[in-house]
Design a protein around this ligand. Structure first.
Ligand code: SF4
Ligand code: SF4
Length: 381
């Protein structure tokens, strides 16, 4: 059966209006009852990257999570809110993002995905065993609730990337280390995590999206007024690429998903319901500049990249006027190449794998990307 993606225009986060917009959005997909059954334990998996308030667009808006939780309760399901923030304590993230207040109000659990277990994937997979959260694996139903955001390493973070949050805590940074500079390899890991967990429903909160140097505080909140949903997160991401005017080859998770047949990536084979792509397309949407959009395959490509890394790939550097020396970037760095030295940060760029976890995590938006001169010349040709 063809994958279906539903789109709806939705402005603002007023409590009743989000509920109504979600009901309208899900109608063409058969309503929430098509995905959730009475008695199901339902993991609501928002993006809870770090402790940032809803208006910063770093995390899924709590009103979206609240409305979904209410809908699940109405059906007789048992919702719980959970994620595994990259660094900050879950309690702090839950508090600041508004998730704790939602959970309290509805009397539902809200906790950190904590138990990491090995799960065999398949002989055809690149990663034969993946380590993901037990709670996510054991839920009867996962509703994936990503935020529409840009991503300095992967271009965009949408439905597929959001499930990477089910890799527990600092294991995420270690996976970055395993992938190194190879975005293709990292994309494959992300798609295989998505495929393993197979959320039953994916709903993108793009009412307030993020453009620029996302996905952390360096990105810029922008009113995009979009809600989008599908049982097929890969098809959903593919439709979002069309909506944002992004070439499908530029989102590596989409490329990888197409190669391994994890979901529908052919836009002509996706049924789009509700509002049209063209009616929701923003006038402008600023993407991060990625220098290396070519998948690294083969030893020659990897070798050349390693040699040219310093000349062609942006390097992270703190803006001292914004940096509070909180040390979060130091803690998250998978290669431990940032040192907090005498009131300023020092970087070992030779060992930096350009994963940009430091940019993602910085609560002040102080960690910026600086493009080398050669990269500027190349991109202007
Ligand atoms: S760059 Fe950001 S994360 Fe790093 S120490 Fe400064 S404020 Fe903290
Ligand atoms: S310095 Fe930043 S970009 Fe480089 S490896 Fe560490 S976290 Fe990744």
């Amino acid at each position: 059966m063809a994958s279906k993606v539903a789109l709806a225009r939705s402005a603002g986060y007023r409590s009743g209006s989000v509920y109504a917009s979600l009901e309208k959005l899900l109608l063409p997909l058969g309503g929430l009852g098509k995905f959730v059954k009475r008695g199901d334990s339902v993991l609501l998996k928002p993006n809870m990257l770090t402790a940032a308030p809803p208006e910063s667009a770093v995390t899924t808006h709590p009103e979206v999570v609240k409305a979904l939780a209410e809908m699940v309760i109405d059906i007789g399901g048992k919702p719980f809110i959970a994620d595994s923030p990259a660094l900050k304590s879950f309690d702090k993230v839950a508090e600041v993002s508004g998730m704790r207040a939602v959970a309290k109000r509805l009397g539902i659990p809200c906790f950190a995905l904590g138990n990491s277990v090995d799960r065999k994937t398949g002989d055809e997979k690149m990663f034969k065993i993946l380590e993901v959260s037990r709670e996510a694996l054991e839920a009867d139903c996962i509703i994936n609730l990503p935020k529409l955001k840009t991503h300095s390493m992967m271009l965009l973070t949408l439905a597929v990337k959001n499930m990477f949050g089910c890799v527990v805590g600092k294991r995420k940074a270690q996976w970055h280390l395993t992938a190194g500079l190879d975005r293709y390899y990292f994309a494959k890991m992300v798609v295989e995590v998505y495929d393993l967990l197979s959320p039953k429903l994916n709903i993108i909160d793009g009412i307030l999206g993020m453009e620029g140097d996302g996905p952390g505080s360096s990105g810029k909140p922008v009113e995009t007024s979009i809600l989008a949903a599908s049982g097929d997160g890969i098809a959903l991401d593919r439709v979002m690429l069309s909506l944002l005017g992004v070439s499908p080859k530029n989102l590596l998770t989409n490329v990888v998903a197409g190669e391994i047949g994890a979901g529908e990536t052919d836009i002509d084979k996706i049924n789009i319901e509700g509002d049209t792509v063209s009616s929701l397309r923003p006038d402008s949407f600023l993407l991060p500049e990625l220098e290396d959009m070519v998948p690294a395959r083969g030893y020659a490509a990897k070798f050349i990249k390693k040699i040219l890394k310093d000349q062609l790939v942006s390097r992270p550097l703190e803006d001292r006027s914004l940096c509070t020396l909180c040390g979060e970037c130091v803690d998250i760095c998978p290669t431990a190449v940032i040192k907090n030295e005498d009131k300023e940060l020092e970087f070992d760029y030779n060992a930096c794998i350009r994963c940009y976890c430091c940019v993602e995590i910085c609560p002040e938006g102080a960690m910026k990307l600086y493009k080398p001169i050669l990269a500027k010349v190349v991109s202007s040709i």
